[in-house]
Write a protein that binds this ligand. Structure first.
Ligand code: NAD
Length: 250
């Protein structure tokens, strides 16, 4: 199990107040990491859950769509435990509106957080990791990294681009000891998918298409994120790992 041991490692998880980010933050702590949970809200639930496990955790409340604060966020995150070993770029939003009616505001809001902030956080943490000669970055992609989706053009564009930057940065940073990969979750029950889950017919048609026969739960990402954050995945670079109950195999 030592391949998966994260003892002494510091993991920064964005969008950690709930949903997938919360589960991944707890999973990383369970594997031994100390966690810096970054979220737009002041919610201390994740940090408290991690501390209740006897692990260390700190909270940074920050609106990551504001480019100008990102450098300070990374500095503050690195300051807690003397550096950053793992960055999970998970914070993300979705705006649902038909493409013909998709407002510029919706487009920019989604791209600013899901893509621009993810790239700049990769860059800021990446510089720090290159200097240290090691680090792990895990970006959160989507099934809409591969497919077009319906009524979510900005989200689809952002998640296709997440695969692009993951590969682009892997090409430059693999030789510097920094592994950057992505996880593409399938349909998982969180706030992000709550509007779909209210539509019984759509939910059923999605469930029927999932070979595993069920939607994913946030806890389904614990194993994959620990794997990509640990030395078990040291020879993985620029990979997008689908955790989707088989959706992409269909
Ligand atoms: P969620 O809405 O439950 O969680 C989103 C998180 O992002 C929250 O912690 C929220 O506080 C944070 N956040 C939102 N705006 C922010 C901002 N401006 N600054 C900082 N933090 C902000 O949704 P989720 O499903 O847990 O989504 C997490 C990630 O997983 C997203 O990138 C999403 O696109 C991706 N994803 C989700 C699914 C799914 O089925 N739920 C599938 C594929 C990918």
């Amino acid at each position: 199990m030592s391949l998966f041991d994260l003892s002494g490692k510091t993991a920064v998880v964005t969008g950690a107040s709930g949903g997938l980010g919360q589960a991944m933050a707890i999973g990383l702590a369970e594997a031994g990491a100390q966690v810096v949970a970054v979220s737009s809200s002041e919610s201390v639930q994740t940090v408290e859950a991690i501390r209740a496990l006897g692990c260390k955790a700190e909270l940074i409340a920050a609106d990551l769509s504001k480019e100008e604060i990102l450098e300070d966020v990374v500095k503050q995150a690195a300051g807690f435990y003397g550096g950053i070993d793992i960055l999970v770029n998970n914070a993300g939003i979705i705006r649902r509106n038909p493409a013909a009616d998709h407002s510029r505001q919706d487009w920019h809001d989604v791209i600013d957080l899901n893509l621009n902030s993810a790239f700049f956080l990769c860059q800021l943490a990446g510089r720090h990791m290159i200097e240290r000669g090691s680090g792990k970055i895990i970006n959160i992609a989507s099934m809409l990294t591969y497919q077009g989706g319906i009524n979510v053009p900005g989200y689809t564009a952002s998640k296709h681009a997440i695969a692009g930057i993951t590969k682009a940065l892997a090409n430059e940073w693999a030789s510097k000891g920094v592994q950057i990969n992505a996880i593409a979750p399938g349909y998982m029950t969180t706030n992000n998918t709550a509007p779909i889950l209210k539509d019984e017919k759509r939910t059923q048609s999605i469930t029927e298409r999932i070979p595993a026969g069920r939607w994913g739960s946030p806890d389904d990402l614990k194993g994959p994120v620990v794997f990509l954050a640990s030395s078990a995945s040291d020879y993985m670079n620029g990979h997008v790992l689908c955790v989707d109950g088989g959706w992409m195999a269909r």
